[in-house]
Design a protein around this ligand. Structure first.
Ligand code: KIV
Length: 265
């Protein structure tokens, strides 16, 4: 597998090639994902839910994300790995830099943090220190206690326009990638068109520059509750490899996500 870095992801956007991404937390799955052609692996703080059995990402720590980043890096030495910055580890630029450094030492190529314009100085500081940044807009799981639940964001004109402006501000601050979560497909498309950096969607329609899913969801492991925007790629297939390859194929062709996995405004 060739080494993908931020320049490679940017080129994919420019050439209209969809970016395939999955969360990963251990070396075995990281190795499998690399073999199947996954472009980006995210060591998400979703590990709080899917690995630790918690009901939110809030209790997850930098040490825990760093541990799983080391595991992923061991399994996929050449992969492009993003590590999530944990809840309340980026209240100011200086703290963010020291916390992010732990994730970079653990093997991350980039860190991801949730929020809009209030992060501009933090993104600038991280970038200045040599730490590439992925911003995250839309539904922000770390703010679930403020927002009052996991709800689709950007449904009205004002909040949609605000989200596009936030994306522009974060790009101008130095962010090199953006994840947008649970927004209408039309807004996913508008954000991807409004900025030059690649936009990876989860529940944001199929017009973003790439897709990401939580690996447990796309392997149908949470059978009681499968969010609308996800799909069980293992259903009807007889191996993990076949499931991940099907995900890669459907993201690349634009078949996933279909309208049944997307939100309207
Ligand atoms: O933590 C995570 O898994 C994420 C994805 C939902 C993008 O941030």
């Amino acid at each position: 597998m060739s080494r993908i870095r931020t320049a490679g992801l940017l080129k994919m956007k420019q050439e209209g090639k969809k970016i395939t991404a999955l969360t990963a937390y251990d070396s075995s799955f990281a190795k499998l994902f690399a073999t199947c052609g996954i472009d980006v692996m995210l060591v998400g703080d979703s590990l709080g839910m899917v690995l630790q059995g918690l009901d939110s990402t809030v209790p997850v720590t930098t040490a825990e994300v760093a541990y799983h980043t080391r595991c992923v890096r061991a399994g996929a030495p050449d992969a492009f790995v993003i590590a999530d910055m944990a809840f309340m580890t980026y209240p100011d630029p200086s703290t963010a830099c020291f916390e992010a450094a732990e994730l970079m030492r653990a093997g991350a190529n980039m860190v991801k943090l949730e929020g809009g314009e209030w992060l501009v100085e933090t993104v600038q500081a991280l970038t200045r220190q040599g730490i590439p940044v992925c911003a995250h807009l839309g539904l922000l799981p770390q703010s679930v206690n403020v927002v009052g639940g996991y709800k689709v964001q950007g449904r009205d004109e004002d909040s949609a326009a605000a989200l596009v402006n936030q994306a522009r501000a974060l790009q101008a601050a130095g962010a090199q990638l953006l994840v947008v979560e649970c927004i209408p497909s039309s807004l996913g498309e508008a954000v991807a068109k409004a900025i030059d950096i690649p936009v990876i969607g989860i529940g944001a329609g199929n017009k973003t520059d790439g897709q990401i899913l939580v690996m447990h969801d796309m392997l149908g492991m949470n059978a009681d509750y499968l969010p609308k925007f996800t799909k069980n790629f293992l259903a009807g297939r007889d191996s993990l490899t076949a499931a991940v390859e099907a995900y890669v194929d459907e993201v690349r062709s634009g078949a996933f996500p279909g309208p049944e996995h997307s939100f309207n405004s």
